[in-house]
Design a protein around this ligand. Structure first.
Ligand code: IPD
Ligand code: CA
Ligand code: CA
Ligand code: CA
Length: 266
């Protein structure tokens, strides 16, 4: 694939979609729920996804789209070029806070992440990465992550599913021990931003029970370009097709985290 050309289009569409969201940020939202009363979707999620689907199909008719809100293709493999799109990651933040949400686009070729773009819309900050060419924040290259700082001086992002006792995996995991071993934890409510913050070095790890491929696709490219490691919660490679647990962290603490603490094998 012509990575440079695809990146140029992807970048300009992300900025255009972000501008549209910012312009309408105070307009009334049509809010629906999906699987649960707290699983929100708005007309802006759908409109933004349609914007990308139309642009991609028009410019790259042989590419496929794997996306959250139903405007993409019916995907059962990652052959060829696939755009993995989350039009608004952090919809709950979008609805309740009008900030702390992102557009996330990963472009994969035959299952390999080639391009990752995460746009923090309200702050107008674009994180971008091309496989093998490093990661950038608004055009400034992000340095490689530390490979020496220990867990005890690390901040991890976690969400509150780890507190739910009915979750069998929580009881089996060493998550409480992990929290005690860390310097502290944070919870931002947008998986894409959590990956971007890890890539930027303001977080050292992100562990979560359950994400979809569009939550991860761009973030994985970014984090790997600064030397971080992204796996499932049982230290396996991510399939990028199914719902999965995730452990993402700086290289020197990833294995320790996943093997000694997360331990989702049990
Ligand atoms: C959600 C956010 C959230 C994560 C959820 C995702 P959405 O994405 O990334 O941080 O905990 O699992 O579903 O639905 O706002 O695009
Ligand atoms: Ca959603
Ligand atoms: Ca998402
Ligand atoms: Ca979403």
């Amino acid at each position: 694939m012509d990575t440079k050309q695809i990146l140029q289009y992807a970048r300009s569409w992300v900025l255009e979609a972000g501008e549209e969201i910012r312009t309408n940020i105070n307009e009334p939202l049509q809010i629906d729920t999906k699987s649960t009363p707290d699983d929100l979707v708005t007309h802006m999620d759908q409109q933004t996804e349609k914007f990308f689907a139309d642009k991609i199909r028009n410019q790259f008719p042989d590419h496929r789209i794997f996306s959250e809100e139903g405007m993409g293709d019916d995907i059962s493999d990652l052959e060829g070029v696939v755009w993995i799109v989350d039009p608004i990651d952090g919809t709950m933040n979008f609805v309740h806070q009008q900030r702390n949400f992102a557009i996330s686009i990963g472009v994969y070729e035959d299952g390999t992440g080639e391009i990752g773009l995460i746009y923090d819309v309200m702050n107008d900050v674009l994180y971008s990465a091309v496989k093998g060419e490093g990661a950038y924040k608004n055009g400034d290259r992000l340095p490689l992550l530390s490979t020496t700082e220990p867990l005890k001086r690390s901040i991890f992002s976690l969400n509150t599913t780890w507190l739910l006792e009915e979750n069998r995996l929580v009881e089996a995991s060493g998550i409480r021990e992990l929290v005690k071993s860390l310097r502290s934890t944070r919870s931002y409510g947008s998986a894409a931003l959590e990956f971007a913050f890890l890539a930027e070095g303001v977080l050292d790890g992100y562990v979560t029970m359950s994400l979809m491929p569009w939550d991860i696709a761009a973030g994985k490219v970014l984090v790997e370009e600064v030397g971080g490691v992204v796996t499932t919660g049982d230290n396996s490679p991510l399939s990028m097709m199914d719902r999965t647990s995730v452990c993402a962290a700086r290289r020197n603490i990833h294995e320790e985290t996943v093997e000694n603490y997360i331990n989702l094998k049990k």
